[in-house]
Design a protein around this ligand. Structure first.
Ligand SMILES: *[C@@H]1O[C@H](CO)[C@@H](O)[C@H](O)[C@H]1NC(C)=O
Ligand SMILES: *[C@@H]1O[C@H](CO)[C@@H](O)[C@H](O)[C@H]1NC(C)=O
Ligand SMILES: *[C@@H]1O[C@H](CO)[C@@H](O)[C@H](O)[C@H]1NC(C)=O
Ligand SMILES: *[C@@H]1O[C@H](CO)[C@@H](O)[C@H](O)[C@H]1NC(C)=O
Ligand SMILES: *[C@@H]1O[C@H](CO)[C@@H](O)[C@H](O)[C@H]1NC(C)=O
Length: 424
């Protein structure tokens, strides 16, 4: 079978085993390492499970990221009043958007720092506060700590976090990589299914010889993404937005979304836009995100005002005329969710655990996995995600959509598939 990955994974990835000494037990946990040679960085995601109730702003400051980016990366509606101070519940699963750099020949994120507090230990910072994204040993090494039993309060520690870029592609299609911390009940098949990828792809990406994974391993999970075509001189060059989410760029002036129907990046003025440079396309009356269509004999004449990033504080816009066979439909937006207040299966965004076998050869899904009503707390049964191009700006930021029926059917499908592994 042809392997479409750029360079053979056996060369690109070293599956590193770290021996961690935790108490008396010896635990081996693995993570996927990507060697790198250039200094280019990329967008990446971390899987993170809250260790306690935290405000949106507290989670953001833990990883030193923009709270709005945290919300948009998780498709959480930012139009809620005082959303940055909203308290997110303990055990909530979030995707943390980070910048992945190249440090000492290895892809990692080193922009996160942690200030130690009383009663912290290296393992509590690693396992609890950082949700297993870093190990106590890595913390010790990165900070040249000789005696881990003596931590000064207020000490500023670098927290090296795992990430991969793989050229922003998976099987030649744009992708962003999520560093996923494997949990006890996870199976590779369930992870593949919940991230709409295949077992083979996950095994290729992570250079796995078998489907065996263990609690604490860190996997790189490719998530289809919309790639920007911004020029190199743009400050936000290389922007990648994962399917089903939003990103805020150009100093909170521009919001870009990806999905659900196609992987074409769609950017428009953000609802937060306050003092922003002009977002009108030159020599036209079109604003960023506006599309005009005109049916002609030869097809559909489409003009769209697109974003090309930000440079020198100005938003670069380009008017792209094109002749398409058919006129495009209305712009659709990824579903937004209300800021979560309780942890439900759906609000964790995490893979469903594999159903347990009862020994009879049949498996039954845990009832807690299936949404009982199809609605999350705080959801209003508003209309679907379709909104007019003209009204897109306000619609995208205020819509609160019901859980899409497709998710429910996808969950059901997953269970059917797990019951018949051969069908995979
Ligand atoms: C990296 O991705 C770009 C497109 O984003 C592609 O043109 C290029 O060939 C890729 N490089 C490798 C080494 O796969
Ligand atoms: C993007 O996500 C939507 C659900 O939000 C899904 O239906 C669609 O298949 C995804 N697209 C790709 C290319 O994965
Ligand atoms: C398409 O529309 C643009 C402006 O609306 C116009 O300048 C251009 O000539 C049109 N192209 C075709 C092929 O009709
Ligand atoms: C940004 O400004 C600098 C000097 O102010 C100029 O040299 C450069 O060409 C500008 N870049 C763009 C993309 O306009
Ligand atoms: C153009 O986009 C702006 C901002 O998104 C929006 O307010 C306006 O209604 C749009 N106009 C048309 C003609 O689509």
């Amino acid at each position: 079978m042809p392997n479409q990955k750029p360079i053979s994974h056996t060369i690109l990835i070293l599956f590193l085993s770290q021996i961690l000494l935790i108490n008396v037990a010896q635990v081996t946990s693995k993570s996927t390492i990507e060697p790198c040679t250039n200094s280019d960085s990329c967008n990446a995601l971390l899987s993170y499970t809250l260790y306690t109730d935290l405000k949106v702003s507290e989670v953001a400051s833990l990883f030193q990221i923009d709270p709005i980016s945290l919300l948009t990366a998780n498709a959480i509606d930012i139009s809620y009043p005082d959303v940055e101070h909203h308290i997110l519940p303990s055990r909530l699963f979030l995707k943390i958007p980070i910048t992945c750099s190249c440090v000492d020949g290895i892809r990692k994120s080193v922009s996160t720092h942690y200030k130690t507090r009383p009663s912290d230990s290296l393992s509590s910072i690693a396992d609890s506060v950082n949700g297993g994204l870093v190990s106590a040993d890595q913390l010790r090494e990165a900070n040249s700590i000789t005696d881990p039993t003596v931590l000064d309060v207020g000490q500023n520690l670098v927290v090296p976090l795992p990430c991969t870029c793989f050229n922003g592609t998976d099987n030649s299609l744009p992708a962003i990589y999520l560093s996923y911390v494997v949990k006890q009940d996870d199976s590779l098949a369930a992870i593949a299914a919940s991230y709409f990828t295949t077992l083979t792809d996950l095994m290729n990406v992570n250079a796995l010889g078998s489907t065996a994974i263990a609690d604490g391993d860190i996997l790189a999970i490719p998530i289809p993404a919309c790639a920007s075509n911004f020029p190199r001189y743009a400050a936000d060059y290389g922007l990648l937005v994962p399917n089903g989410s939003y990103a805020i760029t150009a100093g909170h002036c521009v919001q870009c979304s990806c999905g659900p129907r196609n992987l074409n990046l769609y950017c428009m003025p953000a609802s937060l836009a306050v003092s922003c440079s002009s977002m009108q396309c030159k020599n036209s009356n079109l604003m960023l995100g506006n599309v005009t269509v005109k049916q002609t004999g030869g097809g559909c004449n489409v003009s769209s005002c697109n974003c090309d990033g930000i440079a020198n504080g100005s938003i670069i816009t380009t008017l792209s005329p094109s002749l398409q066979p058919r006129c495009p439909g209305l712009q659709e937006f990824p579903d937004l969710i209300a800021p979560p207040t309780t942890v439900t299966r759906e609000s964790t965004f995490a893979p469903a655990p594999a159903p347990q076998s009862d020994g009879s050869g049949l498996t039954t899904p845990k009832s807690s996995v299936l949404p009982s009503t199809g609605l999350l707390p705080g959801f209003s049964p508003a209309n679907g995600p379709i909104s007019g191009i003209a009204s897109g700006a306000s619609a995208a930021c205020s819509l609160v959509n019901p859980l899409p029926a497709t998710l429910v059917s996808a969950l059901l499908l997953l269970f059917v598939k797990l019951m018949h592994p051969a069908a995979l």
